[in-house]
Design a binder for this molecule. Structure first.
Ligand SMILES: [Zn+2]
Length: 269
């Protein structure tokens, strides 16, 4: 059962959900099909959330509005964040955090600064996904400091709202990340490790997130937002298996194996 807020009977979020791109007619080119959801599926998720306590952003929770069923987040700043996700969130009166890379803003397939500003002005939270989507595990401490600072300053300057949240690209978190992110002005890190949210979001360890892929059906989604322990544990175990494969093969080796597997699956279907 979800944790009940003792003071007023409303809930703090059970899970943080991680989305990427959405599509309506055609799958956008260059996007990972596994992580790209049909807009109707996203709308169904918002309806499922609307039937409970709704969805909100991490920024809103940290700013003292913790009552929601789930936290909604988007990684990568895909243009569909603006064209599809944003109007649907507004329709349902919900908020989300959007983790973007300054280096790709306004390039083909990605939202522009003016669009991100419009989203921020309507209550969305625009946050940092690093400067250019290079995995942070590939950087020296000096480079890591540079990229995290540059990303935060540029987003703050362009959007005009505080940037205090970091979602590391590819979920890759070097051991020195928490300390360096804090030095660079980030209050919280959102990971890609699946898990339930504690009632008070941790400042010293990362905030877990559930990756919403095309493979997630309405039943599984309902279990996640209820905070069902076994469904969430299953995701965590799967994630740990994948992390082990990534460590054994290295990032490049893992991507090669994954691309071959996806191509073979497409060939078979
Ligand atoms: Zn990403």
């Amino acid at each position: 059962m979800p944790i009940t807020h003792p003071a007023n009977g409303t809930r703090s979020p059970t899970v943080a959900l991680m989305y990427h791109a959405l599509f309506r007619e055609e799958m956008p080119s260059g996007q990972d099909p596994h992580y790209t959801l049909h807009a109707d599926d996203f709308d169904r998720h918002l309806q499922q959330l609307a039937a409970t306590q709704g969805g909100t952003s991490t920024a809103a929770v940290l700013n003292g509005f913790p009552q929601a069923q789930a936290i909604l987040t988007f990684d990568d700043g895909h243009m569909s964040n603006f064209t599809l996700a944003f109007p649907m969130l507004l329709k349902h009166g919900m908020r989300a955090d959007f983790f973007i890379n300054p280096a790709t803003v306004g390039t083909p397939g990605f939202a522009r600064w003016s669009e991100l500003r419009e989203m921020a002005e309507a209550g969305m939270s625009i946050q940092s996904h690093g400067y250019d989507h290079v995995y942070l595990t590939h950087l020296s401490a000096r480079k890591l400091r540079e990229t995290l600072s540059a990303a935060r300053h540029e987003i703050e300057q362009r959007i005009g709202q505080p940037v205090t949240l970091l979602a590391p690209p590819g979920g890759r978190m070097p051991a020195n990340l928490t300390a360096i992110a804090r030095e660079c002005g980030y209050a919280r890190i959102l990971s890609s490790i699946p898990g339930r949210l504690p009632r008070v979001l941790p400042g010293d360890s990362s905030i877990p997130r559930m990756a919403v892929t095309r493979a997630i059906d309405e039943t599984v989604f309902a279990r996640w937002i209820e905070g069902n322990r076994s469904s969430i544990l299953r995701e965590r175990l799967r994630y740990q298996g994948l992390s082990l494969a990534k460590r054994m093969l290295g990032d490049a080796g893992y991507e090669r194996v994954r691309a071959r597997t996806l191509a073979a699956l497409r060939g078979a279907s």
